[in-house]
Write a protein that binds this ligand. Structure first.
Ligand code: CMP
Length: 140
């Protein structure tokens, strides 16, 4: 079934590789249902990465996400959550270069922390992040 995922080009890549990443998004057959450019607040960054709260890199991760404008999107496609994760590739670009050389992280990520793109890990997180970034004020 058609699915929506939450996807984001992180500040490190939004500056330098936005057009190339958007080209890959379109070539992979995603529809861009919503898109905006916005610098995240630290609060928003912490929400998107709440699963990683408490990890040693969490503060750095949040800083890195709030350092400049991101490209924030809702992508639609069959199996969108999983397909976007595959297009991003593994978290660590060094691993991505070996195992998924066509992936966004293999081609455009700087290192494991500044790794070019974000994507939701499951449908529930996707819906929460979409609501958080674009949402109307629905009660939940
Ligand atoms: P992602 O997998 O999309 O979501 C969690 C993020 O935390 C990950 O991308 C990296 O940006 C960051 N991250 C994960 N593991 C590490 C690590 N070992 N060192 C630094 N940053 C990390």
């Amino acid at each position: 079934p058609e699915e929506q995922t939450f996807a984001l080009i992180r500040p490190d890549a939004a500056k330098t590789h936005k057009d190339e990443i958007m080209k890959k998004v379109k070539e992979a057959g995603f529809s861009i249902s919503k898109i905006k450019e916005q610098a995240l607040t630290r609060e928003m960054a912490a929400e998107f990465y709440k699963d990683h709260e408490g990890k040693p890199f969490f503060e750095q991760l949040v800083d890195c996400m709030a350092q400049g404008p991101s490209v924030i999107m809702v992508l639609s496609k069959e199996n969108a959550v999983e397909e976007w994760r595959q297009l991003m590739g593994p978290t660590d670009p060094e691993e991505a270069k070996k195992t998924c050389p066509e992936s966004i992280r293999a081609q455009f990520a700087h290192d494991i922390l500044s790794n070019a793109v974000h994507g939701s890990s499951n449908l529930e997180h996707a819906q929460r992040s979409i609501q958080f970034a674009f949402g109307e004020l629905d009660a939940d």
